[in-house]
Design a protein around this ligand. Structure first.
Ligand code: HEM
Length: 133
């Protein structure tokens, strides 16, 4: 059930705004300008696009079958640490994606979306052994 709701929120965002990648990173750098230089080599936004796509795939897996998200997030935790991105900032990315989706959808953001994203945020923090998002 949660997976379907999360998926429906992705689809609603795609319909309303197309690919949200630019909106999300604009928000990330607005709130956390110190993160922008980390992406200096990503001239064509490809890494940003891949990062977001993998993040959204992980969320769907986490909300549904849970085949790989926990293990994959542990790997990403290690290679991000090597990039100078501690796991503690992962929840920031989660919140920015959720808040961007919420603001893109406006009145279309339903209480069902809110509660599914809330539960997903708890699960995301739990698999990363963090307090909360
Ligand atoms: C605020 C939190 C995060 C920051 C600051 C961050 C930062 C970065 C940086 C600097 C890169 C390398 C970009 C480059 O090669 O130029 C990267 C790559 C990547 N990140 Fe993140 N990351 C964050 C959260 C996450 C999360 C939660 C995921 C979960 C799926 C993730 C998945 C990836 C993946 C898959 C790549 C490789 C993309 C590619 O090279 O094609 N990141 N991230």
């Amino acid at each position: 059930m949660t997976k379907e709701v999360i998926e429906a929120s992705f689809e609603a965002v795609a319909e309303a705004a197309g690919d949200p990648v630019l909106l999300i990173y604009h928000k990330l750098f607005e709130l956390h300008p110190e993160m922008e230089p980390l992406f200096i080599l990503d001239n064509d936004c490809a890494a940003r696009g891949n990062m977001l796509a993998e993040f959204l795939d992980c969320l769907l897996d986490l909300a549904g079958e849970r085949k790989y998200a926990a293990a994959h997030l542990q790997t990403l935790r290690i290679n991000h640490d090597e990039l100078g991105v501690p796991v503690e900032v992962f929840p920031i990315f989660f919140s920015i994606v959720r808040d961007t989706f919420r603001s893109v959808l406006g009145a279309e953001w339903s209480p069902l979306f809110e509660s599914a994203w809330d539960a997903l945020g708890q699960d995301f923090a739990t698999v990363l052994e963090l307090e909360t998002v």
